[in-house]
Ligand binder design. Structure first.
Ligand code: PTJ
Length: 247
């Protein structure tokens, strides 16, 4: 579909088009389209921009990734479809690994996602070869199967657009978890060490820029209060609604 540049919702419609394309080419599943819809609703509430608060969490996330010994970016269908180039770039900047890990898992979709990431510049994509499969304890979903060279071994895992169970299981497995989630009320958002309440399409770009900038500096340990961060995100949404309601 041709979306006119002047359309007031052009950016949001382009993101939808990308996901639909991802769905048609086997990267995304139907549920992924629904999940995006929920994200869009929250994006409205934050004013469809990266807030000051989100910037703070992105800064903390960049530091955590740069300080990590073995950071991993966990990739699902939506993320691959929306941010393939950014995934590759971020992995390069923070010296991290890329691993495909799906909730609605199928070997075919895993391979489709891995080859799409490779087409977009990834040298290595983990999570595909069953010889390296290991299980995260205390997790029942398909996401429990991880790569021994990747998430199983990692100290920090970036889990954009995640389901809550795995974030909790990863925490119990002593991993530091960074998530992107437009919904500050989700279990993932609540359980992560750092939640970036921003659209992953905008936030990943900022995270890359911030990581490039901070890489040149000497970094101390990350101090971040995620409870406070989530409260601020909710207050921002509330303020936006009040402004609109009383305008
Ligand atoms: O590809 P798979 O099989 O791993 O499945 C991926 C989905 C996303 C379908 C799966 O992980 C899932 O069902 O996720 P949930 O539980 O619906 O959670 C997704 C969260 O991401 C929700 O809280 C949404 O608000 C949020 N979200 C959706 N789109 C975006 C987003 N957050 C940031 N940026 C977005 N573009």
């Amino acid at each position: 579909m041709l979306i006119p540049k002047t359309h007031p919702r052009a950016a949001s419609l382009h993101i939808r088009e990308k996901l639909v394309k991802g769905y048609r080419s086997g990267l995304v599943i139907e549920e992924g389209l629904i999940a995006h819809g929920r994200g869009e609703a929250f994006d409205y509430l934050i004013g469809e921009k990266t807030s000051k608060n989100a910037l703070e969490s992105i800064k903390a996330a960049a530091k955590m990734l740069l300080l990590a010994k073995s950071p991993v970016i966990s990739v699902n269908g939506n993320l691959a479809s929306l941010c393939s180039k950014e995934i590759v770039k971020l992995a390069k900047v923070v010296n991290g690994k890329i691993e495909v890990n799906l909730f609605y898992a199928s070997e075919k979709r895993k391979k489709t996602i891995a080859s799409f990431l490779k087409k977009n510049g990834a040298k290595q994509v983990l999570g595909i070869d069953p010889r390296f499969s290991r299980k995260i304890p205390r997790l029942d979903s398909a996401r429990r199967i991880v790569d021994k060279r990747g998430i199983f071994y990692a100290d920090v895992v970036l889990v954009p657009l995640e389901d809550g169970d795995r974030t909790i299981a990863l925490k119990k497995f002593r991993k530091k978890v960074i998530s992107f989630d437009l919904n500050p009320l989700s279990r993932t958002a609540q359980a992560a060490d750092i939640t970036i309440v921003d659209n992953v399409v905008r936030g990943m770009r900022v995270l890359i820029e911030m990581s490039i900038k901070l890489k040149k500096k000497k970094l101390a340990t990350v101090k971040f209060d995620n409870k406070k961060n989530l409260s601020q995100a909710l207050v921002e949404m509330n303020n936006n609604l009040r402004r609109i309601a009383y305008a």
